[in-house]
Design a binder for this molecule. Structure first.
Ligand code: G4P
Length: 293
Protein backbone atom coordinates (compact mmCIF):
# COMPACT_ATOMS: atom_id res chain seq x y z
CA UNK A 1 0.00 0.00 0.00
CA UNK A 2 1.23 3.46 -0.77
CA UNK A 3 2.34 5.54 2.19
CA UNK A 4 0.45 8.62 1.18
CA UNK A 5 -2.88 6.99 1.80
CA UNK A 6 -2.27 7.80 5.45
CA UNK A 7 -2.10 11.51 4.89
CA UNK A 8 -4.77 13.36 6.81
CA UNK A 9 -6.16 16.10 4.64
CA UNK A 10 -6.37 19.25 6.68
CA UNK A 11 -7.13 22.57 5.00
CA UNK A 12 -3.42 23.46 5.14
CA UNK A 13 -2.48 20.27 3.28
CA UNK A 14 -5.10 20.95 0.67
CA UNK A 15 -3.83 24.47 0.11
CA UNK A 16 -0.27 23.19 -0.28
CA UNK A 17 -1.32 20.44 -2.68
CA UNK A 18 -3.35 22.92 -4.71
CA UNK A 19 -0.42 25.36 -4.92
CA UNK A 20 1.93 22.60 -6.00
CA UNK A 21 -0.41 21.55 -8.78
CA UNK A 22 -1.02 25.11 -9.87
CA UNK A 23 2.73 25.73 -10.04
CA UNK A 24 3.05 22.64 -12.24
CA UNK A 25 0.18 23.77 -14.46
CA UNK A 26 2.26 26.61 -15.80
CA UNK A 27 4.69 24.07 -17.23
CA UNK A 28 2.30 21.70 -18.94
CA UNK A 29 -0.29 21.47 -21.72
CA UNK A 30 -2.55 18.66 -20.50
CA UNK A 31 -3.66 17.35 -17.13
CA UNK A 32 -4.06 13.59 -16.91
CA UNK A 33 -6.48 12.71 -14.13
CA UNK A 34 -6.36 9.16 -12.82
CA UNK A 35 -9.60 7.81 -11.38
CA UNK A 36 -10.43 4.40 -9.89
CA UNK A 37 -12.77 2.70 -12.38
CA UNK A 38 -14.61 0.94 -9.53
CA UNK A 39 -15.55 4.23 -7.83
CA UNK A 40 -15.31 7.04 -10.39
CA UNK A 41 -17.28 9.48 -8.24
CA UNK A 42 -15.55 8.88 -4.91
CA UNK A 43 -12.06 8.76 -6.40
CA UNK A 44 -12.27 12.03 -8.28
CA UNK A 45 -11.40 15.37 -6.77
CA UNK A 46 -14.24 17.82 -6.22
CA UNK A 47 -12.14 20.90 -6.94
CA UNK A 48 -10.05 19.79 -9.90
CA UNK A 49 -12.04 21.65 -12.55
CA UNK A 50 -11.58 24.87 -10.62
CA UNK A 51 -7.87 24.19 -9.96
CA UNK A 52 -6.92 23.46 -13.54
CA UNK A 53 -9.21 26.12 -15.03
CA UNK A 54 -9.13 25.75 -18.79
CA UNK A 55 -6.27 23.27 -19.23
CA UNK A 56 -7.33 20.31 -21.35
CA UNK A 57 -7.88 17.12 -19.35
CA UNK A 58 -7.57 13.44 -20.22
CA UNK A 59 -9.09 10.95 -17.79
CA UNK A 60 -7.76 7.45 -17.15
CA UNK A 61 -10.11 4.94 -15.53
CA UNK A 62 -7.47 2.88 -13.80
CA UNK A 63 -7.79 -0.54 -12.15
CA UNK A 64 -10.26 -1.51 -14.86
CA UNK A 65 -9.05 -5.10 -14.35
CA UNK A 66 -11.07 -5.02 -11.10
CA UNK A 67 -14.10 -3.10 -12.37
CA UNK A 68 -17.18 -4.29 -14.22
CA UNK A 69 -16.40 -4.00 -17.93
CA UNK A 70 -19.85 -2.75 -18.94
CA UNK A 71 -19.89 -0.17 -16.19
CA UNK A 72 -16.47 1.13 -17.27
CA UNK A 73 -17.73 1.49 -20.82
CA UNK A 74 -20.75 3.40 -19.52
CA UNK A 75 -18.42 5.76 -17.68
CA UNK A 76 -16.25 6.29 -20.76
CA UNK A 77 -19.39 7.09 -22.78
CA UNK A 78 -20.68 9.39 -20.08
CA UNK A 79 -17.45 11.38 -20.00
CA UNK A 80 -17.35 11.45 -23.78
CA UNK A 81 -20.85 12.92 -23.86
CA UNK A 82 -19.68 15.57 -21.47
CA UNK A 83 -16.80 16.44 -23.75
CA UNK A 84 -14.02 14.68 -21.84
CA UNK A 85 -11.82 12.03 -23.41
CA UNK A 86 -11.45 9.02 -21.10
CA UNK A 87 -9.60 5.71 -21.44
CA UNK A 88 -9.93 2.52 -19.43
CA UNK A 89 -6.50 1.30 -18.28
CA UNK A 90 -4.85 -1.21 -16.00
CA UNK A 91 -1.54 0.15 -14.83
CA UNK A 92 -0.66 -3.10 -13.11
CA UNK A 93 -0.49 -5.07 -16.36
CA UNK A 94 -0.20 -2.09 -18.71
CA UNK A 95 -3.43 -2.96 -20.54
CA UNK A 96 -4.95 -0.02 -22.41
CA UNK A 97 -1.88 2.17 -22.09
CA UNK A 98 -1.04 1.85 -25.79
CA UNK A 99 -3.96 4.21 -26.42
CA UNK A 100 -2.59 6.90 -24.12
CA UNK A 101 -0.11 8.64 -26.39
CA UNK A 102 -2.33 8.56 -29.51
CA UNK A 103 -5.20 10.03 -27.44
CA UNK A 104 -2.98 12.84 -26.20
CA UNK A 105 -1.71 13.61 -29.70
CA UNK A 106 -5.25 13.73 -31.00
CA UNK A 107 -6.36 16.03 -28.19
CA UNK A 108 -3.49 18.39 -28.81
CA UNK A 109 -3.30 18.31 -32.57
CA UNK A 110 -4.58 21.90 -32.89
CA UNK A 111 -1.96 23.14 -30.46
CA UNK A 112 0.73 21.20 -32.31
CA UNK A 113 -0.32 22.73 -35.61
CA UNK A 114 -0.50 26.22 -34.15
CA UNK A 115 3.01 25.90 -32.76
CA UNK A 116 4.30 24.60 -36.05
CA UNK A 117 2.64 27.50 -37.85
CA UNK A 118 4.50 29.83 -35.50
CA UNK A 119 7.72 28.31 -36.76
CA UNK A 120 8.42 25.98 -33.81
CA UNK A 121 9.85 23.01 -35.65
CA UNK A 122 9.54 20.31 -33.01
CA UNK A 123 6.87 21.35 -30.52
CA UNK A 124 6.95 19.40 -27.29
CA UNK A 125 3.81 18.57 -25.34
CA UNK A 126 3.99 18.31 -21.59
CA UNK A 127 1.64 16.49 -19.26
CA UNK A 128 1.06 16.27 -15.53
CA UNK A 129 -0.50 13.36 -13.67
CA UNK A 130 -2.98 14.06 -10.88
CA UNK A 131 -5.20 11.94 -8.66
CA UNK A 132 -6.12 11.08 -5.10
CA UNK A 133 -3.76 8.85 -3.07
CA UNK A 134 -3.59 5.18 -4.00
CA UNK A 135 -5.38 5.58 -7.33
CA UNK A 136 -2.30 4.41 -9.26
CA UNK A 137 -0.33 7.53 -10.21
CA UNK A 138 3.11 6.03 -9.50
CA UNK A 139 2.12 2.76 -11.16
CA UNK A 140 1.08 4.70 -14.25
CA UNK A 141 4.32 6.70 -14.39
CA UNK A 142 6.40 3.55 -13.91
CA UNK A 143 4.49 1.64 -16.57
CA UNK A 144 4.43 4.32 -19.23
CA UNK A 145 8.08 5.16 -18.71
CA UNK A 146 9.07 1.50 -19.02
CA UNK A 147 6.86 0.91 -22.05
CA UNK A 148 8.25 3.92 -23.82
CA UNK A 149 11.76 3.60 -22.36
CA UNK A 150 11.39 7.15 -21.11
CA UNK A 151 14.45 9.03 -20.00
CA UNK A 152 14.45 10.94 -16.75
CA UNK A 153 16.02 14.33 -16.94
CA UNK A 154 16.84 16.74 -14.21
CA UNK A 155 16.88 20.33 -15.32
CA UNK A 156 18.51 22.31 -12.60
CA UNK A 157 17.86 25.98 -12.76
CA UNK A 158 14.57 25.67 -14.62
CA UNK A 159 12.32 24.74 -11.72
CA UNK A 160 14.05 23.30 -8.72
CA UNK A 161 13.18 19.69 -8.07
CA UNK A 162 11.08 19.26 -11.19
CA UNK A 163 12.10 16.20 -13.10
CA UNK A 164 10.73 15.28 -16.45
CA UNK A 165 10.30 12.02 -18.26
CA UNK A 166 10.91 12.27 -21.96
CA UNK A 167 8.36 9.79 -23.24
CA UNK A 168 8.96 10.43 -26.91
CA UNK A 169 10.59 13.17 -28.93
CA UNK A 170 7.45 15.29 -28.71
CA UNK A 171 6.06 14.32 -25.32
CA UNK A 172 7.26 14.94 -21.80
CA UNK A 173 5.77 14.15 -18.41
CA UNK A 174 6.34 15.94 -15.16
CA UNK A 175 7.51 13.15 -12.90
CA UNK A 176 6.03 14.44 -9.64
CA UNK A 177 2.39 13.40 -9.53
CA UNK A 178 -0.12 15.88 -8.18
CA UNK A 179 -1.70 14.34 -5.11
CA UNK A 180 -5.29 15.44 -4.68
CA UNK A 181 -7.77 15.00 -1.86
CA UNK A 182 -11.04 13.12 -2.26
CA UNK A 183 -14.50 14.46 -1.49
CA UNK A 184 -15.27 14.53 2.20
CA UNK A 185 -18.82 15.72 2.39
CA UNK A 186 -20.54 12.44 1.66
CA UNK A 187 -20.45 9.39 3.92
CA UNK A 188 -20.68 7.10 0.87
CA UNK A 189 -17.40 8.47 -0.45
CA UNK A 190 -15.58 7.48 2.75
CA UNK A 191 -17.17 4.04 2.65
CA UNK A 192 -16.29 3.44 -0.98
CA UNK A 193 -12.72 4.63 -0.52
CA UNK A 194 -12.33 2.32 2.46
CA UNK A 195 -13.91 -0.48 0.55
CA UNK A 196 -11.46 -0.33 -2.30
CA UNK A 197 -8.54 0.16 0.07
CA UNK A 198 -7.76 3.82 -0.63
CA UNK A 199 -8.22 4.64 3.05
CA UNK A 200 -7.83 2.31 5.96
CA UNK A 201 -11.01 0.51 6.95
CA UNK A 202 -9.68 0.25 10.49
CA UNK A 203 -10.97 3.74 11.08
CA UNK A 204 -14.47 2.88 9.95
CA UNK A 205 -17.24 0.72 11.26
CA UNK A 206 -16.69 -2.55 9.41
CA UNK A 207 -20.35 -3.56 9.63
CA UNK A 208 -21.47 -0.27 8.14
CA UNK A 209 -18.94 -0.77 5.39
CA UNK A 210 -20.24 -4.28 4.68
CA UNK A 211 -23.85 -3.09 4.67
CA UNK A 212 -23.00 -0.42 2.14
CA UNK A 213 -21.39 -3.02 -0.10
CA UNK A 214 -24.32 -5.40 0.33
CA UNK A 215 -26.70 -2.62 -0.71
CA UNK A 216 -24.78 -2.38 -3.99
CA UNK A 217 -25.05 -6.16 -4.42
CA UNK A 218 -28.79 -6.05 -3.76
CA UNK A 219 -29.13 -3.64 -6.66
CA UNK A 220 -26.72 -5.38 -8.97
CA UNK A 221 -25.28 -8.68 -7.74
CA UNK A 222 -22.50 -10.42 -9.62
CA UNK A 223 -22.99 -14.14 -10.34
CA UNK A 224 -19.82 -14.83 -8.35
CA UNK A 225 -21.22 -13.13 -5.25
CA UNK A 226 -24.51 -15.06 -5.46
CA UNK A 227 -22.75 -18.37 -6.02
CA UNK A 228 -20.29 -17.79 -3.19
CA UNK A 229 -23.09 -17.61 -0.61
CA UNK A 230 -25.61 -19.80 -2.48
CA UNK A 231 -28.03 -16.90 -2.78
CA UNK A 232 -30.67 -16.10 -5.36
CA UNK A 233 -31.02 -12.60 -6.73
CA UNK A 234 -34.73 -12.39 -5.89
CA UNK A 235 -34.20 -13.62 -2.34
CA UNK A 236 -31.87 -10.82 -1.38
CA UNK A 237 -33.77 -7.93 -2.92
CA UNK A 238 -36.38 -7.70 -0.18
CA UNK A 239 -34.04 -7.93 2.77
CA UNK A 240 -32.49 -4.99 4.54
CA UNK A 241 -28.73 -4.87 4.10
CA UNK A 242 -28.32 -5.83 7.77
CA UNK A 243 -30.57 -8.87 7.30
CA UNK A 244 -28.46 -9.88 4.32
CA UNK A 245 -25.32 -9.53 6.43
CA UNK A 246 -26.94 -11.80 9.04
CA UNK A 247 -27.94 -14.30 6.39
CA UNK A 248 -24.38 -14.50 5.10
CA UNK A 249 -23.08 -14.96 8.66
CA UNK A 250 -25.62 -17.70 9.24
CA UNK A 251 -24.71 -19.49 6.03
CA UNK A 252 -21.09 -19.49 7.11
CA UNK A 253 -21.96 -20.76 10.62
CA UNK A 254 -20.76 -17.57 12.30
CA UNK A 255 -22.65 -17.79 15.55
CA UNK A 256 -21.90 -16.45 18.99
CA UNK A 257 -23.33 -17.73 22.27
CA UNK A 258 -27.10 -17.59 22.45
CA UNK A 259 -27.43 -18.37 18.76
CA UNK A 260 -26.81 -14.78 17.74
CA UNK A 261 -25.05 -14.14 14.46
CA UNK A 262 -21.55 -12.68 14.57
CA UNK A 263 -22.15 -9.91 12.06
CA UNK A 264 -18.73 -8.37 12.65
CA UNK A 265 -17.03 -11.58 11.58
CA UNK A 266 -19.37 -11.81 8.61
CA UNK A 267 -18.47 -8.23 7.64
CA UNK A 268 -14.75 -9.00 7.82
CA UNK A 269 -15.27 -12.09 5.70
CA UNK A 270 -17.07 -10.03 3.05
CA UNK A 271 -14.12 -7.66 2.87
CA UNK A 272 -11.50 -10.34 2.69
CA UNK A 273 -13.37 -12.10 -0.10
CA UNK A 274 -14.05 -8.90 -2.00
CA UNK A 275 -10.41 -7.88 -1.85
CA UNK A 276 -9.34 -11.34 -2.99
CA UNK A 277 -11.53 -10.80 -6.06
CA UNK A 278 -13.87 -13.65 -5.10
CA UNK A 279 -16.99 -11.67 -5.99
CA UNK A 280 -15.87 -10.89 -9.52
CA UNK A 281 -15.34 -7.45 -11.00
CA UNK A 282 -17.47 -4.88 -9.28
CA UNK A 283 -18.12 -1.22 -9.95
CA UNK A 284 -19.76 0.47 -7.02
CA UNK A 285 -20.75 3.71 -8.74
CA UNK A 286 -22.54 4.14 -12.06
CA UNK A 287 -23.07 7.25 -14.15
CA UNK A 288 -26.53 8.86 -14.22
CA UNK A 289 -28.77 6.56 -16.27
CA UNK A 290 -29.73 8.66 -19.26
CA UNK A 291 -26.18 9.69 -20.12
CA UNK A 292 -24.41 6.41 -19.53
CA UNK A 293 -25.85 4.21 -22.29
P1 G4P B 1 -0.54 6.34 -6.05
O1 G4P B 1 0.83 6.62 -6.62
O2 G4P B 1 -1.61 7.05 -6.79
O3 G4P B 1 -0.66 6.54 -4.59
O4 G4P B 1 -0.86 4.79 -6.30
P2 G4P B 1 0.13 3.56 -6.58
O5 G4P B 1 0.66 3.65 -7.96
O6 G4P B 1 1.09 3.47 -5.45
O7 G4P B 1 -0.89 2.37 -6.53
C1 G4P B 1 -1.60 2.02 -5.36
C2 G4P B 1 -1.95 0.54 -5.37
O8 G4P B 1 -2.80 0.27 -6.47
C3 G4P B 1 -0.73 -0.37 -5.56
O9 G4P B 1 -1.02 -1.57 -4.85
C4 G4P B 1 -0.76 -0.67 -7.04
O10 G4P B 1 -0.10 -1.87 -7.39
C5 G4P B 1 -2.24 -0.78 -7.28
N1 G4P B 1 -2.60 -0.54 -8.68
C6 G4P B 1 -2.27 0.54 -9.44
N2 G4P B 1 -2.83 0.44 -10.66
C7 G4P B 1 -3.53 -0.72 -10.68
C8 G4P B 1 -4.35 -1.37 -11.67
O11 G4P B 1 -4.58 -0.90 -12.79
N3 G4P B 1 -4.91 -2.55 -11.29
C9 G4P B 1 -4.75 -3.08 -10.06
N4 G4P B 1 -5.35 -4.24 -9.81
N5 G4P B 1 -3.98 -2.50 -9.12
C10 G4P B 1 -3.40 -1.33 -9.41
P3 G4P B 1 -0.33 -1.94 -3.52
O12 G4P B 1 -1.18 -2.93 -2.86
O13 G4P B 1 0.00 -0.68 -2.80
O14 G4P B 1 1.01 -2.54 -3.95
P4 G4P B 1 1.29 -3.93 -4.70
O15 G4P B 1 0.44 -4.95 -4.05
O16 G4P B 1 0.97 -3.76 -6.12
O17 G4P B 1 2.74 -4.10 -4.45
Amino acid sequence: MSEIQNIQWFPGHMTKAKRKIQAGLKLIDVVVEIIDARIPVSSSNPDLAQIIENKPKLVLFNKCDKADKNATQKWVNYYQKNGIKALPVDCKSGRGLNKFIPALREMLSDKFEAQKAKGIKNPILRVMIVGIPNVGKSSFINRISKQTRAKVEDRPGVTRGNQWYTISNDLEMLDTPGVLWPKFDDEKVGLHLAFTGAVKDRVLDIELLAMDFLEAMQKNATPEFLARFKLKEDDIKNLSSYELLELIGKKRGMLISGGEIDTERAANLIFDEYRDGKFGNITLELPPEKNGD
